[in-house]
Write a protein that binds this ligand. Structure first.
Ligand SMILES: [Zn+2]
Length: 345
């Protein structure tokens, strides 16, 4: 049992020769995989260079996964959404206020088509090894996610499309209070868009590998995120996903939290014959003592995690979300990557 993949995310796609230099630096940091964060703008504007960048990564020996970063604000990420800019409709709607929100409703045919076209076009053109589904989520609630916060009351989505589907399926108007039917409806619809697109990608090329990365929450009696992907069994059981991954945990959260999330991630993945993946926070914040990075990697390793991921290249250096000592953080993560990836060979 050992860690077989070490990934880092990479954005600001543009010039192949610049990406190539960055890929060399990733190799020097023990990375086996680059997760290309392809924004809606990149897709719209830089598309000719995306396959060339993938080719450069392959030439250097990196595996490449494509992350439709922040698409429609359905996935996690800071990027702005062209879909939201170009469409005033097809947005998630607050159950309590009826307001349309700056999040695409991924249950609408319009956004589903947009998402599928984005991914299938890249599956055909880019020549990458697979896709990374990055923190898919409903806009609300998330207050449930906090281990200190209380339960949120508002939720999404009560747009005309969701309300119509709900009525058709359950035979009554979608309530404003989140009952069990609403919970099931939200989860079922949320899974559909990812499964449908994954299936179509694999039909195009069966070798394409899909990682589904959901929020790392306790999902306990007291704390449930209700973002649509809380039932890890449902997600990990999907035949269209190859890797079950759970997101970054902030360095200052208790050790026990890291341990519980990791145990449950590995257990869910193994139960359904999937690879497991856990993440390191390589931007924004850093541990007070960098040795905590070593200890966390050791914990992941000891609990049987198959793959490690880090967000993001160079600790976010140069961005508003850079870690205070971004380059040192990146180096320490790199040292850990090099240590673990040498094992089991
Ligand atoms: Zn909706």
């Amino acid at each position: 049992m050992s860690i077989t993949r070490t990934a880092v995310s990479y954005y600001n796609l543009g010039y192949v020769e610049h990406a190539e230099a960055d890929f060399r630096e990733m190799l020097d940091h023990g990375c086996t995989t680059v997760i290309l964060a392809v924004t809606e703008f990149d897709f719209d504007f830089w598309r000719p260079n995306i396959p060339r960048i993938v080719e450069a990564a392959h030439r250097l020996g990196l595996q490449v996964l494509i992350d439709p970063w922040g698409i429609g604000k359905f996935f996690g990420g800071e990027q702005v959404s062209k879909f939201l800019q170009d469409n005033t409709g097809n947005r998630q709607v607050s159950a309590l206020t009826g307001e349309a929100l700056p999040y695409a409703c991924f249950n609408t045919p319009s956004f589903r088509d947009y998402f599928a076209r984005f991914c299938l076009t890249l599956a055909r053109e880019a020549g990458a090894d697979g896709f990374f589904w990055d923190e898919p989520h409903y806009a609300f609630p998330k207050s449930y996610a906090s281990i200190t916060g209380g339960a949120g009351e508002d939720w999404t989505c009560r747009c005309p499309v969701c309300m119509g589907k709900f009525r058709e399926h359950y035979g009554y108007e979608m309530p404003k209070v989140m009952n069990d039917d609403v919970k099931r409806f939200r989860r079922r619809e949320a899974l559909f868009i990812l499964e449908d697109t994954s299936r179509r990608i694999k039909e195009l090329d069966p070798a394409q590998e899909i990682t589904c990365c959901v929020h790392a929450t306790l999902n306990s009696y007291y704390v449930t995120e209700h973002r649509g992907y809380d039932d890890w069994d449902e997600v990990a059981a999907s035949p269209y996903f190859d890797v079950f991954s759970t997101t970054i945990v902030a360095w200052n959260l208790p050790r026990g939290f890291f341990e519980e999330i990791t145990r449950r991630t590995v257990a869910a993945a193994r139960k359904y014959g999937k690879q497991s993946e856990r993440w390191l926070m390589g931007y924004y914040r850093q541990p007070e003592d960098f040795a905590e990075i070593d200890r966390t990697v050791e914990l992941y390793e000891s609990l049987g995690v198959d793959r490690l991921g880090t967000w993001t290249y160079r600790g976010g250096y140069g961005t508003v979300l850079a870690a205070p000592d971004a380059l040192k953080l990146w180096d320490r993560i790199g040292e850990n990557y090099k240590r673990v990836i040498g094992k089991g060979k």
